[in-house]
Design a protein around this ligand. Structure first.
Ligand code: AMP
Ligand code: ZN
Length: 110
């Protein structure tokens, strides 16, 4: 796989404390949290963004992992964000679901 920081986290080349792991996905704390709880849920397999993700099993696995993370942490109120493309704020090109919680979250986000 190309030089991808999230691939390295997923395959444990870079040590990280997983909040959650299953067959297809892992979840870990965001390095630069934007809320008291800020977790990233990623597939173990590399897809650059939602545009490249073409496997419905992995799409389901990601949402299932988001739900399992929130259940595990007893979170009922949270925001799930998937930035797709540079103009939408994507900086790491390995698809990830942000899970944000623990403070009021404004809507619309701006
Ligand atoms: P995005 O802007 O949607 O691509 O989000 C990328 C997120 O990855 C940002 O919130 C970063 O803080 C986070 N991030 C970047 N590198 C790491 C890392 N090594 N470990 C955890 N989170 C990271
Ligand atoms: Zn990757």
């Amino acid at each position: 796989m190309q030089d991808c920081i999230f691939c390295k986290i997923a395959n444990k080349e870079i040590p990280s404390n997983f909040v959650y792991e299953d067959e297809d996905c892992v979840a870990f704390n965001d390095l630069n949290p934007q809320a008291p709880t800020h977790i990233l849920v990623i597939p173990k397999k590399h897809y650059a963004s939602l545009n490249e993700l073409d496997d419905v099993k992995i799409m389901g696995a990601l949402l299932n992992a988001v739900k399992n993370v929130t259940k595990k942490l007893n979170i009922t109120d949270y925001r799930t964000v998937v930035n797709t493309g540079k103009q939408a704020g994507q900086e790491v090109f390995h698809i990830h679901f942000h899970v944000l919680s623990g403070r009021p979250l404004n809507w619309p986000p701006g």
